[in-house]
Design a protein around this ligand. Structure first.
Ligand code: NAD
Ligand code: UDP
Ligand code: UDP
Length: 335
C-alpha cells in the first residue's frame, strides 16, 4: 500500500551493507608500516569497516595486533597479484615492498606486484564501483634533473637498472590508474609519497632513518653511504596518513606529492641522529648502491592548494618518537 513504511528488514539483513551508511574500506599492504598507521586512523571513525589484505612479505600481524578480533576489522592473507573478489566502497592500494633491500630481493615479484597487483585492484574497483587510491612514489622522478620536484616533471629514470622494478613498476601502476579512469570512468587518486619515517618501520629494513636509529641504539657506527651529500626530505608518518586521507576524500585525482619539503644531506641526518640519540657514536662512510638519486625534495604547492595539507612534524620532533618505539622493540632503555 502506498504511504505505509516498509517493515524493517529481518535482523541478519539489517547488518548487511545495504541497510547501513558504513563505509567499507580495503587497505592492501595494511600490515606494513604506513598501512598499519592508516588502519589506526580509519578505525577511529565508527562508521568505517576496515579490511586489510596482505601477504606479510614485509608487513606483520603484530602491527595490527590491537584490531584483531574487532567487529569492524578484518585481516585477510592474500597476494594482490592474484584476483580478489570482495565488496568494498574505497580501496587504499599500498601493497608493495618499499625498502630497496626488499624490493631488489625478488625484482620480478616486485614488478608483478606493481603491475598485476594494481591491475587486479583496478578490476575490483571497476566491478564494485569503488574509489581507489594508489601510493606511488617520489622514485617516479628517478635521479631528478629538476629540483624541487613538481608533479609536472616527467622524471629521469633508468629503465633497466636495479631500482627499475620499483620505479618503473610504479610508473606503470600510475599509467594503469589513469587508463582505467579515462577508459572506464573509475574514480582514482594518485599520491606520490616522499621518504616517510616513524614508529613500526622494520628495524633492519635498510632504509636510512631506521638504519641510523638502530645503529645509534646498538652503539654501532652510523653508515653514511658515499658521498653523503645526497639529499632526502623526510615526512613523519602521521602527516603522511593525514595527507592520504585528504586526497582520498577530496575531489582531485592527482598525482599529488605528499612529503615534507625539509631537505637534509645524509651526513646532516647522521649528525642529527648522533646529537639526539647517542653523542658517542661514530659516523663512517661506506660504499653506495647503483643509481642512488642525488637529491630529492617535494614541491608541495598542489597539496597545499588542492588538499589544504602540509606536514606539521619537524624532523627533530619525529626522530625522538621513532627512537622511543625502537628502544622498546630493541630492549634498549634510555640511560
Ligand atoms: P611496507 O613494506 O612496510 O609495507 C608494504 C606492505 O605490502 C607490507 O605489509 C607487505 O607485506 C605488503 N605486500 C607486499 N607485496 C604484497 C603483495 N604482492 N600482496 C599483498 N601484500 C603485499 O612499506 P611502507 O613503507 O608502508 O609502504 C607502503 C606503500 O607506500 C608502498 O606502496 C610504497 O611503495 C609506498 N611508498 C612508501 C615510501 C616510504 O618512505 N615508506 C615512499 C614512497 C612510497
Ligand atoms: N579482478 C579482481 N577482482 C574483481 C574484478 C576483477 O581481482 O572483483 C581482476 C581480474 O581478475 C582481472 C583484473 O582484475 O585480472 C582486471 O579486471 P578487468 O575486469 O578490468 O579486466 P578483464 O578481466 O576484462 O581482463
Ligand atoms: N643511506 C645511507 N646509509 C644507510 C642507508 C641509506 O647513507 O645505511 C642513504 C642512501 O644512499 C640514500 C638515502 O640514504 O641516498 C636514502 O636511502 P633509503 O634506502 O632510505 O631510501 P631511498 O633511496 O628509497 O630514498
Amino acid at each position: 500500500q502506498s504511504g505505509t513504511k516498509p517493515p524493517p528488514p529481518p535482523s541478519p539483513l539489517r547488518n548487511s551493507k545495504f541497510f547501513q551508511s558504513n563505509m567499507r574500506i580495503l587497505i592492501t599492504g595494511g600490515a606494513g608500516f604506513i598501512g598499519s598507521h592508516l588502519v589506526d586512523r580509519l578505525m577511529e571513525n565508527e562508521k568505517n569497516e576496515v579490511i586489510v589484505v596482505d601477504n606479510y612479505f614485509t608487513g606483520s600481524k603484530d602491527n595490527l595486533r590491537k584490531w584483531i578480533g574487532h567487529p569492524r576489522f578484518e585481516l585477510i592473507r592474500h597476494d594482490v597479484t592474484e584476483p580478489l573478489l570482495i565488496e568494498v566502497d574505497q580501496i587504499y592500494h599500498l601493497a608493495c615492498p618499499a625498502s630497496p633491500i626488499f624490493y631488489k630481493h625478488n625484482p620480478v615479484k616486485t614488478i608483478k606486484t606493481n603491475v598485476m597487483g594494481t591491475l587486479n585492484m583496478l578490476g575490483l574497483a571497476k566491478r564494485v564501483g569503488a574509489r581507489i587510491l594508489l601510493t606511488s612514489t617520489s622514485e617516479v622522478y628517478g635521479d631528478p634533473l629538476v629540483h624541487p620536484q613538481p608533479e609536472t616533471y616527467w622524471g629521469n629514470v633508468n629503465p633497466i637498472g636495479v631500482r627499475s622494478c620499483y620505479d618503473e613498476g610504479k610508473r606503470v601502476a600510475e599509467t594503469l590508474m589513469f587508463d582505467y579512469h579515462r577508459q572506464h570512468g573509475i574514480e582514482i587518486r594518485v599520491a606520490r609519497i616522499f621518504n616517510t619515517y616513524g614508529p613500526r618501520m622494520n628495524i633492519d629494513d635498510g632504509r636510512v632513518v631506521s638504519n641510523f636509529i638502530a645503529q645509534a641504539l646498538r652503539d654501532e657506527p652510523l653508515t653514511v653511504q658515499a658521498p653523503g651529500t645526497q639529499t632526502r626530505s623526510f615526512c613523519f608518518v602521521s602527516d603522511m596518513v593525514d595527507g592520504l586521507i585528504r586526497l582520498m576524500e577530496g575531489e582531485h585525482t592527482g598525482p599529488i606529492n605528499i612529503g615534507n619539503p625539509g631537505e637534509f644531506t645524509m651526513l646532516e641526518l647522521a649528525e642529527t641522529v648522533k646529537e639526539l640519540i647517542n653523542p658517542d657514536v661514530k659516523i663512517i662512510s661506506v660504499e653506495n648502491t647503483p643509481d642512488d638519486p642525488r637529491q630529492r625534495k617535494p614541491d608541495i604547492t598542489s597539496a597545499k592548494e588542492l588538499l589544504g595539507w602540509e606536514p606539521k612534524v619537524k624532523l627533530r620532533e619525529g626522530l625522538p618518537l621513532m627512537e622511543e618505539d625502537f628502544r622498546l622493540r630493541l630492549g634498549v632503555p634510555k640511560k
